[in-house]
Design a protein around this ligand. Sequence first.
Ligand SMILES: [Zn+2]
Length: 259
Amino acid sequence: MKRTILFLFVLVLLVAGCATPAKRTDTVFQTSTINALLAGIYDGDVTLREVLENGDFGLGTYNHLAGEMILYESQFYQIKPDGSAYRPVLSTKTPYVTVCRFKADETFPTPEGFSMDDVKKFLDHRLPNHNLFYAIKITGVFKTMKTRTIVAQKKPYPPLKEVVKHQIVFHMKEVAGTIVGFRCPEYIKGINVPNYHFHFISKDRKRGGHVLGFTLRKGRCEIDVLNRFLMVLPTGVKEFAKANLSKDQSKALKRVEQK
Ligand SMILES: [Zn+2]
């Protein structure tokens, strides 16, 4: 009898092993879509605890659009209008995140003095397959770092392009910290942010936000190549059910991301 149980146990392990794809860690996990966020759907039904089951690194925002989110080394940071980074409780919900389990495939120094545009061009060249996803971690000292955060919204929610007109911008100088970001393929438009999307958290974990620009003093870049994509859509959000999410929002997205 004991032997039968052992045999079954080994069989289950073998079957489980076969069914598990080789690199489950190389997965982009996202909730909702960027067009839903642009349309003013600022409440989701996924908790931070659930996000942590799918990643330890990433970016997004919180319900009611209550500040920029950074997920770094399994810790969430919430950048509030005073510019400080807070630690939200794990029962907090999010309308939009993009996360992964970060495991560097490549590490290289980032040339000194590079601006954000220089870094993007540099990475475009270093990451030749533009049809894959990449998680990007840049740790270093920034001569300048310009970030923004957004103020929590009240219903009825205005669209994101209206909200960012009142964004709060921070200018940091000589700040050590980490950029947490992604490069997504162009074809993902409407669902995620094509090309680059960067958030920042300072080394002392006190400041950060959605990155609008920077000048690097010195830095090290780590890349995680991601070839799996998992999207979880809200089922209990009636605004999501009713929204038209197929409109081309490219122009609005550009204004929202880069202003
Ligand atoms: Zn952002």
